[in-house]
Design a protein around this ligand. Structure first.
Ligand code: ADP
Ligand code: MG
Length: 636
């Protein structure tokens, strides 16, 4: 560290920053060059704020300064300087902005990153810790800054990126900030003028202020969104996306709009290729920038797109929006609302188009953003039909859990006699495939939607119907409606004598034994391989959804169900016979209890494991006795 300076104060970094700095300076990152993008982006932010401020106020430092960024290199001393004529910082602001991390979760994220084998620092800027990236290449950094506020003294901040930083007043003539970087020995490439120009082209080409590097303007400064579409190449679009979203990724798709009437506006919107929310980094911020005639008004405008499109990045520029609009009055701005409604419709139309023509791309979109996007069904009533068309689900006809189908595809291949759309909910595809509820559907060749995400059931039930076909849970299906599909001939020849009466008697016994556990017991028409199952009365959500409710409301009780019994099942027939013999009542009761618990488990609820195991042991004891001919042998 350099010599001590008079009137210098020393500060400790916030603990979180210390950890962050430690990771940054001791990990081997790829793409270290992004530190420059971060510094330029901060300079550009400071200039934007200055330009904005100057529109309404006339009393500030350095009125005649051009708004620009300068980058100078000193090869001999290995020093790189990034200067701007932006708003600068007061002493308090330096301590506040450079000494603490504003965004929560940033450190968590970086920590997880550092554990990955290959470190890619290109994402740093997205998480609000951009400035510190400079310590990947620097062994000392000085910030000299003078605020736009009148009569504020200039300050110098310096740190070597270990635990401390120092502040002292400094002579600085003009408003703005200089970042003076003393490069590490092996980072000499950043004193090469052409290397610097190359990095600027790569990451900062669209910064809307001139960047002067080594005396030459190094960036393009076009408002791409105002260009006619035919003048913009794919590369430029992609480059612009990378610039506004601070990533290396190529976007999944884009939408460039210029509207004349009823409102004049320009916009370019992009869908990213990956969803950061999936990787657990909190809820995404809205990413659309609002401009009025090329001047940035708001960087993360929430009102231009609905919540369920929060992953879309881009810019919207309308000269019809007043520059001095405050965040509060935005809410009621008619023009903003109108633009939003137009953009949403355009995005939905584009998505329909992609779904039709580029199925794979649409599926990529769905896998990444489906979880966020489908929230739209709940909230965007106006575009419900379009949204319903865009939903995707796994279903019994898909080859595996990755398959996706649309409701339209489902309806198009429904059996002629089929009147409803069916779904089943469970934690995974395997469970659903083994579910007794599906037996009748499989037998009749009827497709069933597999809902793995519990929110899907909320969504589908709120949709109520699709193309006039009611949407119904497989365990609530009105089986009368299935009667005419693939009619089967019932063969009763193998039933025991007087089975009708015996079966009725068995139902009675079940009702008594399970009196406090079920609503009723009845004959099933949906089972073929299973002896019994539990079904919901009409209008009750599935256990899957009820468990969700229970997580939010501890007092919520999972509702009782109806036990359906398969009279054609061999074991049921045997049980009915045993039930006719008073001497076997105890055993019958145990079997009935066990049948109930088995059915509960298939439904995803473990009822009473503590009494189940001894009961199973007793039943097995009976079984072993019977196998050895020692049990009671009573033929009815
Ligand atoms: P972010 O830019 O996401 O806020 P950074 O770590 O890049 O995070 O910067 C932290 C803060 O430091 C900025 O929000 C800003 O207040 C301040 N800052 C950084 N560079 C400058 C600069 N050149 N001029 C004025 N303020 C700056
Ligand atoms: Mg920044």
């Amino acid at each position: 560290m350099a010599e001590t300076v008079k009137h210098e104060e020393s500060f400790e970094f916030q603990a979180e920053i210390k950890k962050l700095l430690d990771i940054l300076s001791h990990s081997l990152y790829t793409h270290k060059e992004v530190f420059l993008r971060e510094l330029i982006s901060n300079a550009s932010d400071a200039l934007t704020k200055m330009r904005f401020h100057s529109l309404a106020n006339h009393d500030y430092e350095g009125k005649d300064l051009p708004l620009e960024i300068k980058i100078d290199v000193d090869e001999k001393n290995k020093i790189l300087t990034v200067s701007d004529s932006g708003i600068g910082m007061t002493k308090d602001e330096v301590v506040q902005n450079i000494g603490t991390i504003a965004k929560s979760g940033s450190l968590e994220f970086i920590k997880n990153l550092s554990e990955q084998a290959k470190k890619d620092s290109s994402i740093i800027g997205q998480f609000g810790v951009g400035f510190y990236a400079v310590f990947m290449v620097a062994d000392e950094v000085r910030i000299r800054t003078k605020s736009y506020k009148k009569d504020e003294p200039a300050y110098e901040w310096r740190s070597d990126g270990s635990g401390k930083y120092f502040l002292h007043p400094v002579e600085k003539e003009s408003r703005g900030t200089d970042i003076v970087i003393h490069l590490k020995d092996d980072e000499k490439e950043y004193t090469d003028k052409s290397r610097i120009q190359e990095i600027i082209k790569k990451y900062s080409n669209f910064v809307s202020f001139p960047i002067i590097a080594g005396g030459e303007k190094a960036n393009q400064i076009t408002a791409v969104w105002k260009e006619p579409k035919k003048n913009v190449t794919d590369e430029q679009y992609t480059e612009f996306y990378k610039f506004i979203s601070n990533t290396e990724e190529t976007p999944l798709f884009r939408l460039h709009t210029s509207a004349e009437a009823p409102i004049q506006f320009y916009s370019i919107l992009y869908c990213p290729a990956t969803n950061q929310e999936i990787y657990g980094f909190k809820k995404l911020d809205h990413g659309v920038q609002l401009y009025s005639n090329k001047i940035l008004i708001q960087a993360d405008c929430k009102l231009l797109l609905p919540e369920y499109m929060r992953f879309i990045r881009g810019v919207v520029d309308s000269a019809d929006i007043p520059l001095n609009i405050s965040r509060e009055t935005f809410q009621d701005n008619r023009i903003v609302h109108k633009i939003k409604s137009i953009l949403v419709k355009q995005i939905l139309t584009l998505l329909q188009d992609i779904a039709k023509k580029e199925k794979e791309k649409y599926e990529t979109f769905w896998r990444q953003f489906g979880r966020i996007f489908k929230e739209g069904l709940h909230f965007d009533f106006e575009n419900r039909d379009a949204l319903a068309q865009l939903m995707r689900f796994n279903s019994s006809t898909c080859a595996d859990a990755d398959g996706l189908i649309s409701l339209k595809e489902y309806v198009d291949r429904m059996k002629p006699e089929q009147k409803e759309i069916y779904y089943i909910t469970a934690v995974n595809r395997e469970t659903m495939e083994k579910s007794p509820y599906l037996e009748i559907f499989r037998k009749k060749g009827i497709e069933v939607l597999y809902l793995i995400d519990p929110h899907d059931e909320f969504l589908l039930t709120s949709l109520i119907e699709f193309e006039k076909k009611p949407i119904r849970s497989a365990d609530q299906a009105n089986l009368d409606l299935l009667k005419d599909i693939d009619k089967e001939i019932v063969d009763t020849s193998s039933e025991p004598q007087n089975y009708d009466d015996m079966f009725k008697h068995l139902l009675k016994t079940v009702r008594v034994v399970l009196a406090d556990k079920i609503i009723d017991a009845r004959e099933s028409h949906r089972l073929s391989d299973s002896p019994c199952c539990l079904v919901n009365p009409d209008g009750v959500p599935s256990v899957h959804v009820q468990k969700l409710i229970q997580m939010m409301d501890k007092d919520y009780r999972i509702s009782k169900k109806i036990m359906e019994i398969n009279r054609k099942h061999r074991m049921v027939q045997n049980l009915a016979r045993m039930n006719e013999n008073p001497g076997l009542q105890q055993l019958v009761e145990k079997i009935v209890l066990q049948l109930f618990e088995n059915a509960s488990m298939q439904d995803g609820v473990i009822y009473d494991p503590l009494s189940m195991v001894p009961r199973l042991n007793e039943l097995m004891e009976e079984l072993t006795k019977a196998m050895l001919g020692e049990g009671k042998r009573i033929i009815v």
